[in-house]
Design a protein around this ligand. Sequence first.
Ligand SMILES: Nc1[nH]c(=O)nc2c1ncn2[C@H]1C[C@H](O)[C@@H](COP(=O)(O)OP(=O)(O)OP(=O)(O)O)O1
Length: 167
Amino acid sequence: MADDRDEATVCYPVRSDLPLAPDDELLMIRKRRGLGADLYNGPGGKVEPGETPRESAIRETREETGLDVSDLTKRAEFDFFFGDEHIFLCHVYVAREVAGTPQTTPEAVPEWRPRESVPYDEMWPDDELWLPQVLDGGTVRATFHFDDGGDELLDHELREGVEFGEQ
Ligand SMILES: Nc1[nH]c(=O)nc2c1ncn2[C@H]1C[C@H](O)[C@@H](COP(=O)(O)OP(=O)(O)OP(=O)(O)O)O1
């Protein structure tokens, strides 16, 4: 059972083909198990005891894709509710330094995708409300209310241009 202390992360490694060009590709996973199985997302998962969200994002990205990421910037923070239940607080990072080759793991199938072909119709329904702003370099703070089963997004409050400092 989730409680108010549960936290999770999503990390989007980004890159561009040309030095100094705007980021034009992001590393996505198709999740193979757990919450959101079969949906596309960024690598991520639950924050473990004794770990910061930033450390969690780096560890989960390595476990799910084999990639080592650094130079992370926090870009978004969300409270997710399924019915009355607070599922978790989710921290979203963009990672600018990426080392290694993406590898399929028991948890995920990773792939680099051009940002024009992000498959929003195969993602959590909230993602199209905030990921475009994040990929444009913006920041977002939001609360998303789903139905009891977590299938349908019923309501949300969203603010852009928030400061996350060193988080
Ligand atoms: N509405 C949503 N939009 C989104 O973009 N990501 C979401 C989301 N709801 C959940 N997630 C992400 C956050 C986090 O990365 C993951 C939830 O963590 P899970 O419990 O599924 O963790 P894992 O399956 O990775 O398990 P562990 O590896 O045991 O932590 O799903």
